[in-house]
Ligand binder design. Structure first.
Ligand code: KIV
Ligand code: ZN
Length: 514
């Protein structure tokens, strides 16, 4: 059946825009969610960029079942070798190689002639085909590339064996009719175009990425490169959820669909936002918190009379459950497990006993626990166990008093040791708690960003704190949630402290090996 393939590049183009990179474990969690969403291709990384990236592409390639796994390579042999190495055990590998084709990039970035660029593209595709049959070639900055040049390199790389040709609007410069026309021109002018699938890869600098990708589909493109929540360089990439739901909702216009299991969209969006530490804008199409909320009286009345009056797609179709169970401390493990599975968490991805303990503690504090609370409580396991555990926190603050905090921190690598107790004063209770933690662990980090969000509704809402902190020129993301915002802040701080401790451990091992 004719389908538009979804090529997800959250773990490559999306990840390269994050202020601190994801761990291998975090990437694998996202890759599994993408497989469950049923994307056709996962671009797992850029293997030559670092040994960590190569390792994560390798682990994703070897463990994720279903989608094709792609690795990115510039049009040079060492990049292609790194990709081939990372993908060598992959059941469905793809090497994605690219070179810039616009005169601006060719002249001022590559400093080469156009014939040389074509030769490099052809050589890269030919070389990559030694390792796998599925080779994709991208013309970086195609949106600003001269059409004759573009058609020449597309024809040459198809002849060299590229099965997919990607036309990126790298800088998000084009508008709908113009981008659609580029695709139309390629179909009309490239004689061997029937031998390849045409893909598009649009960035969102002018807010046109989804619209441009859809115009490309109307003109024959059959692969869209996109990211969850539109994550990516600058203003981001094309949003997966927007193009998928546009084609699903407007079948009358597109007459074509994707393989995406749309009911997985909300879960995947929340997971990616949480792991990448990038909040979703509340009014973001499809996945924003208010995307299905009706505020005005006229709208609410209209929806009550007939949902279609103001809803062009149902919340259920993107996995937003209308059926919000009210869970309380009387709810058993079975119902919690059931709710979590409806929210997209597989039983083997968390420890039910531990989760249930946390659930009961929250239910005792809050009374009623909602789906949002369950999602907020679900922790994404790190690569290793935390070195430091906060076992006690007490803070005082108030008008006219000096804010102070006392913490007890246990070093879990020395199970017999007593927790270290420290106290400090600060500008506020959060500052005091952070200073007390610094004293207890014996080093400090520099907080560069702090954001508090109410994750769930009501007076006893769970607050989530996300911080960005620096230590020895490296940036770390931390997060923590609790009904107590000072505790949430201290937990986010501890999260970074543990990441720093892990990194210091790795550095020490490297020094010892050197
Ligand atoms: O935006 C772009 O051109 C890219 C290519 C590497 C495909 O990300
Ligand atoms: Zn890109």
């Amino acid at each position: 059946m004719d389908k538009v393939l979804i090529f997800d590049t959250t773990l490559r183009d999306g990840e390269q825009a994050l202020s601190s990179s994801l761990s291998v474990k975090e990437k694998i969690v996202i890759a599994h969610a993408l497989a469950k969403l049923n994307v056709d291709i996962i671009e797992a990384g850029f293997p030559v960029s670092s040994p960590g990236d190569l390792e994560s592409v390798r682990q994703i390639a070897n463990s994720v079942k279903g989608p094709i796994v792609a690795g990115l390579a510039r049009a040079v042999r060492k990049d292609i070798d790194a990709c081939a190495e990372a993908l060598k055990e992959c059941p469905r590998p793809r090497i994605h190689t690219f070179i810039a084709t616009s005169s601006m990039h060719v002249e001022s970035k590559l400093k080469k002639g156009y014939d040389e660029v074509i030769r490099m593209g052809v050589d890269a595709v030919t070389y990559a085909r030694n390792f796998c049959d599925d080779v994709e070639f991208s013309c970086e900055d195609a949106g600003r590339t001269d059409r004759d040049m573009l058609c020449r390199i597309v024809e040459a790389t198809i002849n060299a064996g590229a099965k997919t040709i990607n036309i990126p609007d790298t800088v998000g410069y084009t508008v709908g009719y113009e981008f659609g026309d580029i695709i139309k021109d390629i179909f009309n002018r490239v004689p061997n175009i029937d031998k390849a699938t045409i893909s598009v890869h649009c960035h969102n600098d002018l807010g046109q990425a989804a619209a441009n990708s859809l115009m490309a589909v109307l003109n024959g493109a059959r692969q869209i490169e996109c990211t969850v929540n539109g994550l990516g360089e600058r203003a981001g990439n094309c949003s997966m959820e927007e193009v998928v739901m546009a084609m699903r909702t407007r079948k009358d216009i597109f007459g074509i669909d994707t393989n995406i299991i749309t009911e997985e969209i909300t879960h995947t969006s929340r997971l990616v936002s949480k792991i990448c530490n990038v909040p979703v804008q509340p009014n973001k199409a499809i996945v924003g918190a208010t995307a299905f909320a009706h505020s005005s009286g006229i709208h609410q009345d209209g929806v009550l009379k007939n949902r279609s009056n103001y809803e062009i797609m149902t919340p259920e179709s993107v996995g937003l459950s209308a059926n919000q169970f009210h869970l309380t401390s009387r709810s058993g493990r079975h119902i919690i497990k059931h709710r979590l599975s409806l929210l997209g968490y597989e039983e083997n991805s968390y420890d039910l006993d531990l989760f249930y303990e946390k659930f009961l503690a929250l239910a005792d504090k809050k009374g009623t626990v909602y789906d949002d609370d369950l999602e907020a409580m679900m922790e994404i396991e790190g690569d290793e166990v935390d070195k430091y555990k906060m076992v006690y926190l007490s803070t005082t603050s108030g008008t006219g008093s000096i804010p102070s905090a006392t913490v007890k921190i246990h070093d879990t690598t020395e199970p017999e040791s007593e927790p270290i107790q420290e106290a400090a004063t600060g500008d506020g209770p959060v500052d005091a708690a952070c200073k007390a933690i610094d004293r207890a662990v014996g080093f400090s980090i520099k907080m560069v960003d702090y954001a508090l969000t109410g994750l769930t509704g009501g007076q006893n809402a769970l607050g989530e704190v996300k911080i960005v902190a620096e230590h020895k020129d490296r940036r770390y993301h931390g997060q923590g949630s609790s009904t107590d915002i000072v505790e949430a802040s201290a937990l986010a701080y501890m999260n970074v402290i543990n990441k720093v401790a892990r990194m210091e451990g790795i550095e020490k091992i490297k020094e010892m090996k050197a």
